[in-house]
Design a protein. Structure first.
Lengths: 240, 240
DNA sequence: TTTCCTTAAATCGTACCCGATTTAAGGACG
DNA sequence: CGTCCTTAAATCGGGTACGATTTAAGGAAA
């Protein structure tokens, strides 16, 4: 658990934000979950987490509740909190929602994309591609995050805070789903579909960009194994 | 405050739900906010609320944090929680997001609408219309809720829990926005646009239904006064 | 040895408490 | 008479404590 070794990660810029303390815990835990350092189903004991962060259960509870609302952890009454373990059905719903929302995100973002924004997107793509070529676990995790960050960058450009929050949740939960049901060793967001989307945006072809986004999401979902294991109860228990 | 007089409202069916206690507080507060019994900007003191529910501040804090995450209350560090007071900009974002999502909700719901579901929708519309014809504050509040419930019923029919949650938040916040910026005494969801949407759905014309939904949202937003008051700071202070 | 029951450990739910911060009040000074 | 400063009240942030619930362990009976 490298969580303990995260001392001065800087909680700067907590200007308009929330209650300082739990914020840090929440963010750290979320990163750990999204980057798959914490496997789905892992128990997040309030006392344990509190010890890791050197805080009381009070703050941990607040953080866990927030993460629960984001769908990243599931709290079971009198049993504790666990890293979420989305069902096949939830996985489908997540991607259905993304297919519904993300084309709109692209359309909403398009008008706000100028030279500077385009450059920033390109920079992200370059970093992403570089990670794809690297080997090793940490590179893989970084790639997952980078891939999601692209989608979130687009959401940012929509200048719509609510949309951005929705996307935040969808991307985070997608990461969990991919961790659970992803099969191909291929990068989560394959090929260079991101590039093509940016290309379309650059030449002002918003319709195509939106269409490409839908296809892109289709491809991500297609890379998953969402077949229902009939022996769910039995087999699932054995797998964990 | 009829809040106190809510003793055995039954917290039944807390099967898969959350932490019993704060859940009840959260729901009660949310209803009060959505139905405009609590005006935007109203301070929600932890001690006061706790006294009303006969619980400690601990539970109240949890409830307020949850509502904060839903955007219904805003908590300011070291100052307390207040019923959210969405800015003009937020209001626009909320409706922009609804325009983006709700047509998709209609499309997602359509395949699941059979005879029974249609009847249920019609039943809701009838109840809504009946409220429209009544006079008085309580009828007005009930109408607001009923109007939102229609949109939520559609979200339910999409059989997509995530989408449903997003809609939950959007509808709740819309209610706040209408409370703040609504001008016409006309019902929040005017005329019988809801009926037309259902009609389109009944004859299987999903495209039209989706289009009608967008127009419907446009109309709701058009009924608002979203002009920026240049004297925001001064005037807003006087209005409350 | 397997099953069931009893008992102990661990963990959660929630009340209570204290230090820190904000807000309001009251006076002194200009 | 209005501004600024000091001081007290109210309120929040976060920690600790205790009862309740769950889970695991150990032993008795079949």
């Amino acid at each position: 658990m490298s969580l303990t070794t995260t001392p001065p990660l800087a909680d700067m810029a907590t200007d308009t934000a929330a209650d300082t303390g739990s914020q840090h815990i929440r963010d750290t835990l979320r990163d750990a979950i999204v980057e798959r350092r914490l496997a789905p189903g892992t128990k997040l004991s309030e006392s344990d987490v509190g010890e890791l962060f050197n805080v009381s259960r009070t703050l941990v509870r607040a953080a866990l509740q927030a993460l629960s609302y984001e769908g990243l952890v599931s709290v079971e009454k009198n049993r504790g909190a666990f890293v979420a373990h989305p069902s096949i059905d939830e996985a489908r719903q997540i991607f259905a929602t993304r297919r519904l929302i993300e084309p709109g995100v692209v359309r909403a973002a398009a008008p706000h994309i100028g030279k500077a924004e385009l450059a920033e997107l390109r920079r992200m793509l370059a970093a992403e591609r570089q990670l794809t070529e690297q080997r090793g676990h940490s590179a893989r995790r970084a790639e997952i995050k980078a891939s999601g960050d692209f989608h979130l960058a687009l959401a940012d450009l929509s200048r719509n805070a609510i949309l951005r929050r929705f996307m935040d949740e969808l991307i985070a939960r997608s990461s969990l789903v991919i961790a659970l049901y992803g099969q191909s060793t291929v990068s989560s967001c394959g090929h260079n579909e991101h590039d093509e989307i940016v290309n379309a945006l650059e030449r002002g072809d918003v319709d195509t960009a939106a269409k490409l986004m839908v296809h892109h999401i289709d491809h991500i979902e297609a890379d998953l194994d969402l077949r229902v294991h009939k022996s769910t109860d039995l087999k699932a228990a054995l797998e964990l």
